[in-house]
Write a protein that binds this ligand. Structure first.
Ligand code: AMP
Length: 448
């Protein structure tokens, strides 16, 4: 029960108004420690209720009689505009019976309007690193009196290249008394380095071992012969599955646009979101989806980061995500706060090994599903290794242009390798030490 926490009665009133009855596991673990003022490092997925886990203790610290505001007391950093907007909403809902004021600073919004808001000095400032730094550089932002700093979705912020910006903003808060860092995954060396730099003797709360992710979401795969066949399966699913709202993920903007075009041609109420869309489009897509005017969102990973839409109960991976962590983020869009969700990945011959790597990473086995109306010929590899990967014919060696090499060809020298034009392929090794997952460079984050 929330009333078991030492929270101010005006916050408990807001919690009751929002009809939150039982704290989620991350709230139960983090709120008491955060109320004590401890630094926290929390590994918890989006949708686990982590926002309330840090927002309620911050409000509890700042609660008091109405007063003239002189300095920003809490700063919450997030990777995307949408996530920042959602967090602001959550803060406003919890602070509705208090005098605490919050403000939002993200890219894509009017700089001067933001500067005017900053002159009024909110108690809590929520924002994305890029625009916050711009406001700081313009002399509009003073963070010297910040008492509590939150880095939310810290792993994402690093993935999106915000490491230096975040560090600069952290350095601008020298008098902070408490820092809380949240990430959906355990992250890599970049995250460890940041934790070492910004947290002081933190308590580590690991709420979601990847293997326990999305207990309320069924995860299925459907094999497909090629992209056209995937489109047929997608059509069948959208026409026959029971869902309130669906999100279709692709790995490229071009594929997202193509699928969107096909859906619109079939008179589906759909929207497309990718890094090329501007802030107005993104807002419109999300608002329409929330209000229910749009039922289907086609999106790339970058565009969908941090999206929290109620009733989103079907996730379709038209393309398999390029890493286990990306898969976790996509699937995290559904099955939120205990609701049931369904995640379906469409798997061609070329997706199989990636899919089985992700199964091993998650320590889960996806349900195999066939739909007889759109059944193809490919049903997975004939033989699989113990790892689940296909037993394949050894790949013929090819050069960068895809031309077959003569068997006696010499391996390139080191210098030649160094001079080679850079490809956009990155190699990832997942945290459990499994075989490297090949992935392409992610879509560049939308400018903040
Ligand atoms: P978050 O992980 O913070 O993005 O939260 C995901 C969703 O769960 C949000 O819509 C929250 O409002 C909702 N939520 C958070 N905590 C609770 C709770 N204890 N009971 C019911 N819903 C919750």
């Amino acid at each position: 029960m929330f009333s078991d926490f030492a929270l101010h009665e005006r916050l408990l009133k807001a919690v009751a108004e929002l009809k939150f009855v039982e704290p989620t596991p991350v709230q139960a673990a983090a709120i008491p420690l955060a109320l004590e003022g401890r630094d926290l490092r929390v590994t918890a997925q989006t949708g686990s209720g982590k926002t309330a886990a840090f927002v309620l203790p911050i409000l509890n610290r700042l609660i008091g009689p109405a007063k003239i505001r002189v300095s920003i007391k809490a700063l919450i950093l997030l990777p995307t505009r949408e996530l920042a907007q959602q967090t602001l909403k959550e803060v406003e809902r919890f602070s509705q019976f208090t005098f605490i004021k919050s403000g939002l600073i993200t890219g894509g919004e009017d700089f001067k309007v933001q500067a005017a808001m900053l002159r009024k000095v909110p108690d809590i400032l929520i924002g994305t690193p890029g625009r916050l730094l711009e406001q700081l550089n313009a002399g509009n932002l003073d963070l010297k009196e910040v008492e509590v700093l939150v880095l939310d979705e810290a792993d994402r912020m690093l993935d999106m290249g915000f490491s230096e910006d975040v560090q600069r903003l952290v350095d601008e808060c020298p008098n902070r008394q408490q820092t809380m860092l949240f990430s959906a995954t355990t992250g890599g060396s970049g995250l460890r380095e940041m934790i070492g730099k910004v947290l002081n003797n933190p308590e580590h709360l690991q709420l979601n071992q990847v293997s326990q992710l999305n207990a309320t979401t069924r995860q299925q795969i459907i094999t497909a012969d090629h992209n056209q066949h995937k489109e047929q399966i997608l059509n069948w699913l959208l026409a026959n599955e029971t869902y309130q709202k669906a999100i279709v993920f692709t790995n490229t903007r071009a594929m997202a646009d193509r699928i969107y075009g096909r859906l619109v041609a079939q008179e589906y109420k759909a929207f497309v979101l990718h890094g090329e869309k501007d802030q107005k489009d993104r807002k419109l897509a999300i608002d329409r989806l929330k209000q229910g005017g749009v039922k289907i969102l086609v999106a790339t990973d970058v565009a969908a980061r941090g999206l929290d839409v109620e009733g989103l109960d079907l996730v379709i991976n038209f393309d398999m995500p390029r890493s286990g962590d990306e898969y976790v983020h996509r699937i995290g869009r559904t099955g939120r706060a205990g609701n049931e969700g369904l995640a379906i990945s469409l798997i061609c011959h070329g997706d199989w090994n990636l899919m089985s790597s992700i199964e091993r990473y998650l320590k889960q086995s996806f349900e195999r599903r066939t739909i007889k109306e759109v059944k193809g010929t490919y049903g997975g590899p004939k033989n699989v290794k113990a790892s689940g990967k296909a037993v394949g014919v050894k790949k013929k060696k090819t050069d960068a242009k895809g031309v077959k090499k003569k068997s006696g060809a010499k391996a390139p020298t080191k210098r030649k390798i160094a001079n080679r034009p850079k490809t956009d392929a990155l190699s990832l090794v997942s945290k459990d030490g499994m075989a490297p997952l090949k992935r392409r460079k992610p879509e560049a984050p939308a400018a903040e």
